[in-house]
Design a protein around this ligand. Structure first.
Ligand code: PFF
Length: 520
């Protein structure tokens, strides 16, 4: 029985949806924090090298493989990998990462997204309006997260309330499907997000030099901090790892999400120009908008030394502490604060729905469960999985999830994809497949890059990482003793989740085999 898979409504719709997935908290929070803590200009060279050698090739690979797999009615990596290499019985289990990874990111991403919703309301209703220094604003944040005293919030109640609203909104969107839910959301949320970002950018550039004693501390100085190249940093392995990780994270590649989105394309739909457009839109939002809000604003008020220290003290400090503080010093603070957190929320929700979709598509495609039921199953499981991230945030659970879901498996999965594409499927066939229905040709040099440079670069990063960090991570060397039991439990939980998904893949394939035998 042929079932009808969901599809995208328009070409602009899918580009908006992929750009919506890519443009997220990563662009406006993670990127400025990574750039600032790695010394600004030192970060941007490895960042752009990674964009051209890893990010863009993987974007094309995932669009192509996704569309190819969709032709076999597979929307997730186990089925897509199996269609590529039918003789190999094990390859589908490598594809488990393509469901597991997005689910793991979803668990903590949606909680952080809910803070942005909460803070939009706090800004509008002046809940933090009287706070004037870094320490007080930091205290407000930790208090909200249930980690400090109860000066501003008596319990985790408000955080939990906003989490519930955010969760329900996300589930509501995916419940309405690809065209009716995700595409519709992205079509209005993306333009609004750009409007908010441009308003903030203009505001930051009209700040002048707020500190009379330091006339060089202004928005332009902030741009200099971000853009003046520092060639000496090219020798640092850590900067390379972080830059490559940021490229994957920001483009949403190397984790299976774009595979799933592209599986809803039709056979003759262009992937070359669409993939490039979505990536360019993301980069515009990251380096132009993401780089022109927090960094120049924080630079103008705190200068080059403090900005680095603040960024190094935690990924969220620039966004949830410094930025509201800067805006508090300006007229119409409530409005600009609302713009800032509203921007983050829109960026967040258009990304989190994409993280939910692979698990839903897996249930639909491989178990023939209808969408509404699949979404209900997903919602029940994801809701339970979110709880440790909320209640054990202070124990480092979110950092642990981000490391495995948002860094480690990204590199592994990307390496598997590129090998399958260029070496198993074969570069000649792959090149033809990319160009089916294409509106432009991929520059020829990418044939060489995809076949040799991208995999070598990935292996190099992985090897370097294993060499430098494997043992301390396994033995939890950098984790305080009191948190170690929580981290261990998180790891056991993740392993169990991975094994359960592997088992589901096995069951799905056995079911299909039986169905085929019955038909014969
Ligand atoms: N790209 C999103 C961001 O920059 O915030 C995060 C993300 C979404 C990562 C989807 C991975 C993913 F599959």
């Amino acid at each position: 029985m042929a079932k009808i898979r969901d599809s995208w409504g328009t070409r602009l719709g899918i580009i908006m949806a992929v750009a919506g997935s890519a443009i997220g908290l990563g662009n406006f929070l993670r990127f400025p924090a990574k750039a600032a803590s790695n010394g600004g200009g030192a970060f941007m060279i490895p960042y752009f090298v990674s964009l051209f050698l890893l990010g863009i090739p993987l974007m094309w690979i995932e669009w192509t493989l996704g569309r190819y797999g969709g032709g076999f009615e597979h929307g997730t990596a186990p089925g897509i990998f199996h269609s590529l290499w039918q003789k190999n019985r094990f390859i589908k289990y490598f594809g488990v990462i393509g469901i597991f990874g997005p689910l793991v990111i979803f668990i903590y991403y949606i909680y952080i997204e809910s803070w942005t919703l909460a803070y939009s309301f706090f800004a509008l209703f002046g809940k933090y309006a009287q706070l004037r220094d870094q320490a007080a604003m930091q205290n407000f944040l930790t208090n909200f997260q249930g980690l400090g005293n109860d000066q501003y919030f008596e319990s985790l109640g408000w955080a939990y309330f906003f989490f519930l609203i955010t969760f329900i909104l996300n589930i509501g969107v995916i419940y309405h499907g690809i065209k009716g839910g995700i595409e519709k959301l992205c079509k209005w949320a993306m333009p609004l997000l750009f409007i908010f970002a441009i308003i903030l950018m203009v505001r930051v550039f009209t700040l002048g030099s707020p500190d009379a004693a330091n006339p060089g501390w202004n928005a332009l100085g902030g741009l200099g901090f971000l853009w003046n190249p520092d060639f000496s940093a090219l020798k640092s392995a850590k900067v390379w790892l972080e830059a490559a990780g940021q490229i994957f994270f920001t483009l949403s590649v190397g984790i299976g999400v774009i595979l799933t989105y592209a599986s809803y394309l039709a056979k003759g739909d262009d992937v070359v120009l669409s993939g490039l457009t979505a990536s360019s839109t993301n980069e515009l939002a990251e380096v132009i908008l993401g780089g022109s809000i927090i960094i120049p604003a924080a630079f103008a008020f705190f200068g080059p030394v403090d900005i680095k220290t603040i960024a190094q003290s935690g990924v969220f400090n620039l966004g949830f502490v410094t930025m509201p503080l800067v805006l508090n010093k300006l007229p119409f603070a409530a409005l600009f604060g609302f713009c800032w957190f509203g921007l983050l929320f829109l960026a967040g929700i258009t990304s989190s729905v994409s993280l939910a979709q692979p698990a839903v598509a897996f249930l639909e495609d491989e178990f023939d469960i209808n969408r509404k039921k699949s979404v209900s199953i997903f919602a029940s499981v994801a809701f339970i999985l979110c709880q440790p991230a909320i209640f054990f945030l202070g124990r480092g659970v979110v950092d642990e999830l981000d490391f495995w879901g948002g860094t480690f498996f990204l590199v592994i999965f990307a390496a598997i994809e590129v090998i399958l594409f260029a070496w198993v499927f074969g570069m000649e066939r792959a090149w033809d497949e990319i160009h089916k229905g294409a509106d432009m040709r991929v520059p020829k040099i990418y044939k060489f890059i995809i076949k040799y440079i991208t995999p070598l670069f990935l292996f190099f990063i992985l090897g370097m990482w294993l060499w430098q960090e494997w043992l301390p991570i396994i033995f939890m060397k950098n984790i305080p003793a009191a948190n170690q039991p929580f981290i261990l439990m998180t790891r056991i939980g993740l392993l169990a989740l991975f094994l359960i998904l592997g088992l589901l893949v096995k069951i799905a394939w056995m079911r299909k085999k039986k169905q085929m035998q019955r038909i014969r």
